[in-house]
Design a protein around this ligand. Sequence first.
Ligand SMILES: Cc1cc2nc3c(=O)[nH]c(=O)nc-3n(C[C@H](O)[C@H](O)[C@H](O)COP(=O)(O)O)c2cc1C
Length: 207
Amino acid sequence: MFYEPKKKNHGLPKNPFNSLIIPRPIGWISSRDEQGIHNLAPYSFFNAVSYSPPTVMFSGGVGSAADGMKDSVRNIETTGEFVCNLATWDTREKMNKSSQTVSADVDEITLSELTAISSELVGAPRIQEAPVHLECRYLKSVDIPGWTEADAYRVIFGEVIGIHIDDDFITDEGLVDVAKMLVIGRLGYNDYARVDSDSLFTMNRPG
Ligand SMILES: Cc1cc2nc3c(=O)[nH]c(=O)nc-3n(C[C@H](O)[C@H](O)[C@H](O)COP(=O)(O)O)c2cc1C
């Protein structure tokens, strides 16, 4: 089949786009507002974009937010800091719960029955239950225009200035044991994938 997204002529019951860019890593973003209220939300329009310095991005829907801006985006632009926590099989339900749309004055870490712990280099909290935390300093925002105002997105870029890895997930050989972490990724619709010892395989690059 072939379709043109703008014409919405895929003829399928649901937009297939999110099922084609998969699996997407989930940036489970913790931040705080100027009053210090904690915020937490998952973003699967998320990725790493460079190594040196390590840089990550996530993209927040402007039109889908209650007041035209996701709380995570507003907090990060205001305070200049955030943390990306790694979502895993063990925290999947709480990760999902943290995607609830609630008013900005609600502490979403407490709401999701998770534990906030302080970071080393930024004021934004980390999620104790996550095995990896990337402490980030805000770099810049880029607006992605939508077909309508409601379709617009704002991309936040951040430099990773501190990285925590739970020592339980480092092998005797010094490798990160992602199969043990049971990391989850987002597929299309409401589907997810899990990295485990059955799904993981290794290929050496040629040359
Ligand atoms: C797995 C998952 C991935 C999501 N990815 C995104 C995303 O990339 N961009 C977005 O705007 N919303 C995304 N959402 C929805 C947000 O998490 C939700 O709107 C949340 O309430 C935003 O919270 P905030 O306003 O506290 O930042 C996702 C939800 C889930 C469950």
